[in-house]
Design a protein around this ligand. Structure first.
Ligand code: NAD
Length: 476
């Protein structure tokens, strides 16, 4: 029996979106030098939410110059003083979390229960966590007097707009760097609201600058000669381009790129618990998660049982209005991303994998993709190799732990993996052999600011989060 749920929409009235926004440079909102703008739309309705200034090269120059001026005094502040600003930002984010959660849901399309219960609490937690480090850097294991690098150029994607901003800005400021950040073109709004949070916190002008724009803005920013550090999260293709730009300069670089995470289910795993983990591993944020468990490796003896239970569970997921508190699956972030998911799923079918789609109705406007499972997948199939970045799961089988490890590692990526088994010794033995930056056991997609995150191979290099995350912003 499935339940009918009455609509339970979160109110939009808690957020006041202006018809237009400028760039945030040197503590002020300002137009782009060439006057260019772009529109940001709600992926669930295609409604235009606002018009945003689009930064060009001249604006990148202005923002980097502002960050450079601010660096002298910001880096000279005692860590305990920088910490006060970070604590203040964390508290303001908490106070405004309902407003920011609704805003993020509108601009990104993800369900309100995710922005409210995951994104926003983690954003505040990151600022609290790195505030705690700001006056203890000499005890972090990077020498007795670690120095900041200078101006950090940061480019982030659209899947966790405010959370990726927090992952980048919190450690940069704690260590005494100043920042120019470019949000993704489809989700600029929460970064611009964050600029307002910085003003509210009394952050000295120029310490944080926000430059909305497209890829060309990001390219100009990372190539700017007066930048000391580049931090990028996004696709592997763009990451490689940035690595080429930065090669031969003295800029320090961290890259957080794509993934094709293996979620490994052994025959002694509690099936119901594993099914919950598989669902959250691939359908959280519509699968638009770099560390998604997009390849399910099931031990052959429990394949049918797991697949049946999984389909039953997926059939109960509620897809629709992301502002509804009962919604599990929201909208895909953009028409381009929807086209990419659609084309890769079609390719899976054409190559012979068996496609199953959850029985659910898709809204008539907006960008939607129903939860989809491919079974009978082999390692040569495109859906087993390429990052789909959508609600599409590929199911493969294995017989022995060694085969599971070999298949899990048979990918160009190395960001995340999951292990489901009753045996603690097997968890440790398998985890040790997986080439993945994060390995979850009997859970999936759990994040904590104290824990480092990052990849192997084409998933990038460097770590964000935890004590390790400080290193990327220190001259060590
Ligand atoms: P993308 O690489 O297209 O864009 C990411 C950002 O880079 C955007 O702000 C974009 O405007 C900018 N950009 C585009 N071209 C650029 C260029 N030539 N120079 C500088 N900046 C440029 O990625 P996307 O489609 O927005 O995001 C999805 C990708 O991000 C996926 O591959 C996903 O796995 C990855 N991702 C990784 C992590 C991680 O921590 N490893 C986290 C989230 C997303």
């Amino acid at each position: 029996m499935t339940f009918e749920y009455a609509p339970a929409p979160e109110s939009r009235s808690v957020v006041d979106i202006a018809p237009s926004y400028g760039l945030f440079i040197d503590g002020e909102f300002t137009d782009a030098a060439d006057g260019r703008v772009f529109k940001t739309v709600s992926p669930s309705t295609e409604e235009v939410l606002s018009e945003v200034a689009r930064a060009g090269e001249a604006d990148v120059d202005r923002a980097v110059a502002a960050a450079r001026r601010a660096f002298a005094s910001w880096s000279a502040l005692p860590g305990s003083e920088r910490a006060k600003y970070l604590f203040r930002i964390a508290r303001i984010v908490q106070e405004r979390s309902r407003e920011l959660a609704v805003l993020e849901t509108l601009d990104n399309g993800k369900p309100i229960k995710e922005t409210r219960d995951t994104d926003l609490p983690l954003v505040a937690a990151h600022f609290f966590y790195y505030a705690g480090w700001a006056d203890k850097l000499e005890h972090a294991g990077f020498g007795s007097s670690p120095k900041p690098l200078g101006v950090a150029a940061q480019v982030i994607p659209w899947n966790f707009p405010l959370l990726m901003l927090a992952w980048k800005i919190a450690p940069a400021l704690a260590t005494g760097n100043t920042v120019v950040l470019k949000p993704a073109e489809t989700t600029p709004l929460s970064a611009l609201f964050f600029a307002d949070v910085c003003r509210q916190a009394g952050l000295p002008k120029g310490v944080v600058n926000i430059l909305p724009g497209y890829g060309e803005t990001g390219a100009a920013l990372v190539a700017h000669p007066d930048v000391n550090k580049v931090a990028f999260t996004g696709s592997t293709g763009v990451g490689k381009e940035i690595a080429r730009t930065v090669a031969g300069t003295r800029k320090k670089l961290t890259l957080e790129l794509g993934g094709k995470g293996a979620n490994i289910v052994f025959d002694d795993a509690p099936v119901d618990q594993a099914v919950e983990g598989i669902v959250s591993g691939i359908f959280f944020n519509q699968g638009q998660v770099c560390c998604a468990g997009s390849r399910l490796l099931v031990q052959e003896s429990v394949h049918d049982e797991v697949l049946d239970a999984l389909k039953r569970r997926i059939s109960t997921l509620r897809l629709g209005d992301p502002l509804d508190k009962n919604t599990d699956i929201g909208a895909i972030n953009s028409a381009e991303q929807l086209a990419r998911i659609t084309s890769l799923a079609d390719q899976g079918e054409a190559e012979g994998a068996e496609r199953w789609t959850a029985p659910c109705e898709l809204p008539s406007s907006g960008y939607w993709f129903a939860p989809t499972v491919f079974s009978g997948v082999t390692q040569a199939h495109t859906v087993a190799r390429d990052e789909i970045f959508g609600p599409v799961l590929s199911v493969l089988t294995f017989r022995t732990p060694d085969e599971a490890v070999a298949k899990a590692n048979n990918t160009a990526y190395g960001l995340s993996a999951g292990i489901w088994t009753d045996k603690g010794s097997r968890i440790l033995a398998v985890a040790n052999k997986l080439r993945a930056g994060v390995v979850w056991s009997n859970t999936f997609n759990k994040f904590d600011p104290t824990s480092p995150f990052g990849g192997y191979k084409e998933s990038g290099y460097g770590r964000e989060g935890g004590r390790h995350g400080l290193e990327a912003y220190l001259d060590v």
